[in-house]
Design a protein around this ligand. Structure first.
Ligand code: C5P
Length: 227
C-alpha cells in the first residue's frame, strides 16, 4: 500500500486527536498534533509575560519567535509523541484551560502560523502522516490524499473537554469550558489568516451521533481506498 497524507481538521474537542492517533497506530504512520504546537507557543508567551486576559504584546512575541524551538518526542509508554518547548517536556502545561483561553489569539498571528506551517510541512514531506488541526487540508497539505472535517455540537464537545480536564484533576466548571469552546470556534473561524473552514474535498464526520468505533471504521476504510 502506498503511503498517503491524512489531514484531519475541525472544531475543538471533536475527538480529532483520538481518531488521528488510532489511525496512525493502525497504519504505522506518524501522528502530529498541530494544536500542541500553537499551545506551546502560547505557553512560551505566557511564561514571558507577553499575553494575559488584558494585554498581548504581539510585536515582542514576533521578535521572540526565533528563540522558540518545538519538538515532538515519542514516548513509548504512552504510545504517542509529547511536546517539548526549548527542550522541556510541556505536555501537561499546554493542556490547561489557562492555555486554552489564550491560544486562539496567538494562532491569529500570521508570523506564528508561517513558522509552524513550515515545520509541519517538513514533518510531512515523506507522507505516511496523520496530522490534525484547523488548516491542514486547506493550507498545510492542500494536496493531502484524504481530508476529514470533524464536527459535533458545542455541548457534546464541552462535555468531552470537561471530562478530560476533571479526570486530570483540574478545577474547572462545565460553563467555563463551554464558553472556551464556543469562543475559540468564533476566533478560529473568523480570523483573516487560514480560518477554520472545511476544504471542498474533505469528508465531513459529525460525531454527535457516531460512536468512536464507527468513526474509526469509516475513516480507516477511506484511508485504505486512497492508499
Ligand atoms: O487542537 P487544539 O484544540 O489543541 O488547538 C488549540 C488551538 O490552536 C485552536 O483553538 C486554534 O486556535 C489553534 N490551532 C490553529 N491551527 C492548527 C491547530 C490549532 O489555529 N492547525
Amino acid at each position: 500500500m502506498k503511503k498517503i497524507t491524512i489531514a484531519i481538521d475541525g472544531f475543538s474537542s471533536t475527538g480529532k486527536s483520538t481518531l488521528a492517533k488510532q489511525l496512525a497506530k493502525e497504519l504505522g504512520y506518524v501522528y502530529v498534533d498541530t494544536g500542541a504546537m500553537y499551545r506551546a507557543v502560547t505557553l512560551f508567551a505566557m511564561q514571558q509575560g507577553l499575553i494575559s486576559d488584558s494585554h498581548f504584546d504581539k510585536k515582542q512575541l514576533i521578535a521572540a519567535l526565533p528563540q522558540i524551538s518545538l519538538q515532538f518526542q515519542f514516548n513509548p509508554q504512552l504510545g504517542f509523541a509529547e511536546m517539548y518547548l526549548n527542550g522541556q517536556n510541556v505536555e501537561t502545561e499546554i493542556r490547561t484551560l489557562e492555555v486554552s483561553q489564550q491560544v486562539s489569539r496567538i494562532a491569529e498571528v500570521s508570523e506564528v502560523r508561517a513558522k509552524l506551517v513550515e515545520q509541519q510541512q517538513k514533518m510531512g514531506a515523506d507522507k505516511g502522516i496523520v496530522m490534525d488541526g484547523r488548516d491542514i487540508g486547506t493550507v498545510v497539505f492542500p494536496d493531502a490524499e484524504l481530508k476529514i472535517f470533524m464536527t459535533a455540537s458545542p455541548e457534546t464537545r464541552a462535555q468531552r473537554r470537561f471530562d478530560e480536564l476533571t479526570a486530570k484533576g483540574q478545577q474547572v466548571t462545565y460553563e467555563d469550558v463551554l464558553q472556551n469552546v464556543v469562543g475559540r470556534d468564533k476566533i478560529d473561524t473568523s480570523r483573516e489568516d487560514s480560518p477554520l473552514v472545511k476544504a471542498n474535498d474533505a469528508y465531513e464526520v459529525d460525531n454527535s451521533n457516531l460512536s468512536r468505533e464507527e468513526q474509526f471504521a469509516l475513516v480507516l476504510k477511506l484511508a485504505m481506498e486512497k492508499g
